[in-house]
Design a binder for this molecule. Structure first.
Ligand code: PGA
Length: 247
């Protein structure tokens, strides 16, 4: 079985205004021939503009979060279908900033994944342990527990990826060692195979947390690392392109 095609996804978080469309255009212009699929996930309000600017290029557009219901009285929220309608083809779900800041549970994330699939979005489901959990030797149990709880059975046969993002590595400049990353990615793979059988082998497992041009090659070539979810370094086309070229 061939390895899944790598995915490099940029998570702009709550950064970017209309002028940032130019940064996305620069990524598309500089990408050349890449083995990876590349996506930029801007704030929801920029999805339509990015999708228009990137139409016909190799760069996909994704959302960062959406509601678990398809429509209704949820002031301030956006639905998966709205993101798809605006031009998104993927959605980041269960990011630790949502789990911690908005108390999203595994069950919430699982319901959001269901909504993504109904809207035709490809989910990128994030998991990751806190520093306290790692220090207590609980990293593998926490992460595999999140995988089991956040991925609904209806993902079987669908395109999706899992992003391992240790909470303590996000935006801190700290990264786990390569053997630490590989240990967690292998545990995620084993869990996916347990849950989905043969199909569990084809979902890329991304690493996220302080990926930058200087560490991208080592991380991306580690065992079972099928791409990266990139925050801060995705905001500048030059840095994001350097990471894409490290695949
Ligand atoms: P970072 O963020 O690359 O800025 O650490 C990664 C993420 O939170 O997805």
């Amino acid at each position: 079985m061939t390895a899944p095609q790598p995915l490099i996804a940029g998570n702009w978080k709550m950064n970017g205004l209309g002028a940032s469309v130019e940064e996305a255009r620069a990524v598309a212009a500089g990408i050349g021939e890449s083995r990876a699929r590349v996506a930029i996930c801007p704030p929801a309000i920029l999805i339509h503009r990015l999708a228009q600017a990137l139409a016909g290029t190799a760069v996909l557009v994704g959302g960062q979060d959406h509601h678990w219901d398809d429509a209704g009285a949820f002031t301030g929220d956006v639905s998966a279908e709205m993101l798809a309608d605006a031009g998104a083809s993927l959605a980041i779900l269960g990011h630790s900033e949502r789990r911690a800041g908005y108390r999203e549970t595994d069950a919430d994330v699982s319901a959001k994944v269901g909504a993504a699939l109904r809207a035709g979005l490809e989910p990128i489901v994030c998991v990751g342990e806190t520093l306290e959990q790692r220090k207590a030797g609980e990293a593998l149990a926490v992460v595999t527990g999140q995988v089991r709880g956040s991925l609904p059975a209806d993902l079987a046969g669908k395109a999706f990826s899992v992003a391992y993002e240790p909470v303590w590595a996000i935006g801190t400049g700290l990264t786990p060692t390569t053997p630490e990353i590989e240990e967690v990615h292998r545990a995620i793979r084993a869990t996916l195979v347990e849950m989905f059988g043969e199909a569990g082998k084809s979902a890329p497992i991304l690493y996220g947390g302080s990926v930058k041009p200087s560490n991208a090659a080592e991380i991306l070539h580690a065992d079972e690392v099928g791409g990266a979810l990139v925050g801060g370094a995705s905001l500048k086309a030059e840095d994001f392109l350097a990471i894409i070229r490290a695949v």
